[in-house]
Design a protein around this ligand. Structure first.
Ligand code: F3S
Length: 850
């Protein structure tokens, strides 16, 4: 490679040898995939795989070998619990458990475990929250510490340091690796749907479920159908005062309408070049919200500037530049790239925006709030909370806190508000949880941390917090008032998801907004407020203050970013963190000493009994009949509603102290707790739960053939005792949301063998296959309604399972009528068929290691 002593694999020559001039037509993503194939693929299959890329053949499986795996402590931990369980299963069968080791470097960042029990208006909130986190998670952190020593190639970033994607963006990704004398592009999978955050750097990073991550960790290729690659030309320039959050929320609405589900997007054009890397990262982060698989930006001067800003070594920055320019990954070389289609989005069309109340793609321009019925008249008695009370205002998430412009804008708005005597309303639980400690350093440098603190936005954590539903308990007085008055209360957060029930049990709905708008809503105190026009307060001269009076100018924001965000801050934070060595070879048992009473970590059951056995797919009963947009939060909720659920009762029985009730998510290393949370979302609408002629919302279903409507877990237990095979019938976009594999594990443990839906979200479908659950898709125009399915039927599946073949769903109605319904088998590749037939990915590993 010119300018270095490194070699590189010439993907351009390999592609052009097959079809002269073909490389120049490849999109960025395909160029990186071509390199990956040339370097890693078996020579016998290389040409075929390259031809797939060149001729866009979408009918073959396509392998790639990610260079790294990144995990958070929920899915990453459950993946490692699975591997620890696999070691036990191997040992029990006389094999060598120490053979089970990740071979691909795996980094686990503990960022999902901290709840905001102490808000940003309390003294020492960070230290207090961390102490609670350590106490509550003792079993989990004990296990995580063991994994670091017991498994090769696993490194752990301990709690209290930041959020995985932000750390990945700011430090972990080298963009171009230089290993063993070879330079090659960084690629990775992550156990979180927002892993594409780092696509902004030109790194192919995609979110996968824990099961697929386990497979990659163990050195298997990740297999996929060649995706559509869509060019998104960004034109124009953002209007003054518009933040990257506004842009990404508008883009999310636009791209959902453009139906980019599962596609790789490549942003280009003048608008893309003008965006800072931080702005690009905010856009790439929300890839799952617009339904894509990846959201790539190619490498350009902005990329190099960001690498320098974040303290990467000059030699590394030079390597990235040289490699990108040599291998056709520099943005200028992409002008000849050809896409499946190109869509255009004008950045100047974006106004100030919030998204909600239940979906990230439900964008509302702030100037339209009143017209949309969100803002409105507030009649309220003095001293009481108003209707629409904002009970949570959280500056949170890697989406926004990795973008210095967004954070600095919030700080400046707080400064301006404070100067005019404005303050947070007392019922608002406000918090600031940056995704890395660098943010604290640059806010201090800019003298803005104190201003944020005085508005109640002191630092409560360096972790996901409210973004993953860990918003913590409310002040009991406020909670009492909410219950007694049955108030419509909301959360406003700078996160990326606001599905019902996710943010807080008492926040009936939630709105996504830029960090600066979050501060403004903490001052307003209610969502029933026209944030553009209504009066936020009066200054000392009695003059009315509106949002425009405290919103910082772009020039002001840019000047503070330029003077306050410095490479030394990133080095100061990251050099000690990454100096921690991995304890390879330490004498430690290869088998984990499971704590019998733990409700967090338990030996998994996937190699025992019925789970290791056959799926009959005969005489299945429906566990649920569902509509569109069922999310992984419906399937396996992550928030803290423990007490009145089957999982809560179980934890009580196991003696978990009430003050240490944690989130569902943190218990996912214990299948006995986690399976009781299956469908435990009070917002679930299961069409089988009919009471007095109406569908009753809640974690409910109907046991058949008795026809008794019960709590979901009671039905599951009943069916488990009966060894009754189950099916789920669903509408479109089944399984959207996060990559949590418990959304598949929970239904498999319940006895679900088949899910037939009008469509599946990508990651969840892969998780279902990984758990040995068969995903089937209704043909166009057919659905539960056209077939008149109400869950009283019994179901069989007939036909040979090959990729995308048509199988027959045999529906036998109560009156004996039989329907033969053709459905598409959504085992998409031969590899998926092989995983499915083995019983799932975990069962197949066991065979491989024996
Ligand atoms: Fe990022 Fe954590 Fe939210 S990884 S998207 S802050 S849950």
């Amino acid at each position: 490679l010119p300018g270095t002593n490194l070699d590189y694999f010439d993907a351009e020559a390999a592609c052009n040898a097959i079809e002269p001039g073909s490389y120049a037509k490849l999109p960025y993503t395909s160029r990186v995939h071509a390199e990956n194939l040339v370097r890693r693929c078996d020579p016998a299959t290389l040409t075929d795989s390259l031809k797939q890329l060149i001729y866009r053949k979408q009918d073959l499986d396509f392998p790639w070998f990610p260079a790294r795996v990144v995990c958070h402590d929920i899915l990453g931990q459950t993946a490692l619990v699975d591997l620890a369980g696999l070691r036990d299963a191997i040992a029990l069968q006389g094999g060598d458990p120490a053979k089970v080791n990740p071979v691909v470097p795996t980094q686990l960042i503990v960022d999902h475990s901290l709840a905001v029990e102490h808000g940003g208006f309390e003294k020492d909130a960070f230290e207090k929250n961390r102490a609670i986190e350590d106490r509550r998670n003792d079993d989990r952190f004990h296990f995580i510490n063991w994994t670091k020593k017991a498994f090769k190639n696993v490194d752990v970033i301990p709690p209290g340091n930041g959020i995985m994607h932000q750390i990945n963006l700011e430090r972990m990704s080298p963009v171009i690796h230089a290993i063993d004398g070879v330079a090659f592009p960084d690629t990775l999978v992550g156990t979180d749907s927002h892993t594409p955050h780092v696509d902004a750097l030109g790194v192919i990073a995609i979110g996968v479920g824990g099961l697929e991550a386990e497979s990659v960790m163990l050195g298997r290729a990740s297999w996929m159908r060649l995706p559509d690659i869509i060019g998104v030309e960004l034109t124009g320039k953002a209007q003054p005062g518009i933040m990257a959050t506004d842009i990404v929320l508008a883009l999310t609405e636009f791209l959902r309408k453009e139906k980019v589900v599962s596609a790789y997007l490549e942003f280009f054009g003048e608008g893309a070049s003008s965006l800072s890397l931080g702005d690009r990262a905010t856009i790439s982060n929300m890839t799952p919200e617009y339904g894509a698989t990846a959201a790539m930006f190619s490498i350009d001067q902005q990329t190099l500037d960001y690498l320098t800003l974040t303290g990467r070594e000059p030699a590394q920055v030079k390597l990235v530049e040289t490699y990108a320019k040599t291998a056709g990954l520099w943005s200028d070389s992409l002008k000849t790239a050809e896409y499946e289609r190109v869509i255009r989005f004008d950045l100047s069309s974006v106004g100030r925006t919030i998204a909600g109340p239940s979906n990230p793609h439900a964008r509302v321009s702030t100037s339209d709030l009143a017209a949309k019925g969100i803002s409105g008249v507030v009649e309220n008695e003095p001293g009481l909370m108003p209707d629409g009370a904002v009970i949570i205002a959280a500056i949170t998430s890697c989406t926004n806190t990795s973008n210095p412009r967004n954070v600095i804008a919030a700080g400046l708005l707080a400064r301006n508000a404070k100067a005019k005597g404005l303050s947070r309303k007392p019922w608002v639980k406000s918090s600031l949880a940056p995704g890395s400690k660098t943010v604290e350093l640059y806010l201090k440098e800019a003298n803005l941390l104190g201003d944020l603190e005085s508005l109640g936005f002191g630092i409560v954590a360096f972790a996901c917090t409210t973004c993953n539903g860990m918003s913590g308990a409310l002040d009991p007085v406020i909670q009492k008032e909410l219950i007694e008055r049955d108030l419509y209360a909301t959360a406003v957060l700078s996160g990326n998801r606001n599905f019902d029930g996710r943010i807080h049990p008492y926040a009936k709905q939630a709105f996504l907004a830029s960090p600066a708008l979050v501060v403004a809503y903490a001052i307003a105190g209610t969502i029933r407020f026209d944030i553009e026009k209504d009066v936020l307060g009066l200054d000392k001269d009695g003059k009315e203050i509106r949002l425009k009076d405290i919103w910082p100018s772009d020039a002001e924001i840019d000047a503070v970013v330029a003077s306050s965000v410095k490479p030394e801050q990133f080095r100061k934070v990251y050099e000690p963190m990454f100096a921690l060595s991995v304890d390879y070879g330490e004498k430690i048992s290869p088998l984990y000493d499971w704590r019998a009473q733990s409700t967090y970590i338990r030996r998994p059951p996937y190699w025992e009994g019925a789970l290791a056995g056959e799926r009959t797919m005969k005489g299945m009963k429906a566990l649920a009949v569902l509509g569109d947009n069922i999310t992984t939060d419906h399937l396996s909720p992550s928030n803290a509603i423990m007490m009145d659920s089957a999982a809560g009762e179980y934890l009580h029985k196991m003696g978990l102290p009430e003050e240490d009730f944690n989130s569902y998510a943190t218990h996912r290393g214990d299948h006995l707790t986690a399976q009781r949370a299956t469908f435990a979302n009070p917002k679930l609408i299961n069409e089988m739960a009919v009471v007095d002629g109406k569908v009753k919302q809640g974690s409910l279903t109907r046991i058949e053939p008795e026809g008794k409507v019960t709590r979901m877990w009671e039905a599951i237990e009943t069916y488990m005792q009966r060894k009754q095979p189950l099916i789920i019938i669903a509408g479109a976009d089944y399984g959207q949301g996060s990559s949590r594999d418990w959304a598949a594990k929970g239904v498999r443990l319940a006895g679900v063998e088949v899910i037939v839906a009008e469509g599946f979200e990508r990651i969840h479908r892969t998780n279902l296959v990984g758990m040995g659950v068969l995903p089937l898709e209704f043909k166009a125009g057919v659905n539960r309604k056209t077939l008149g399915l109400d869950g009283t039927e019994s179901y069989d599946v007939l036909g040979e399972r090959t990729p995308r073949t048509t199988l027959t769903l045999v529906v036998t109605r109560k009156n004996g009528e039989v329907l033969q319904v053709p459905v598409t088998c959504r085992l998409d590749t031969a590899e998926e068929v092989s995983i499915y037939e083995a019983g799932g990915v975990l069962q197949r590993f066991a065979k491989d290691f024996l």
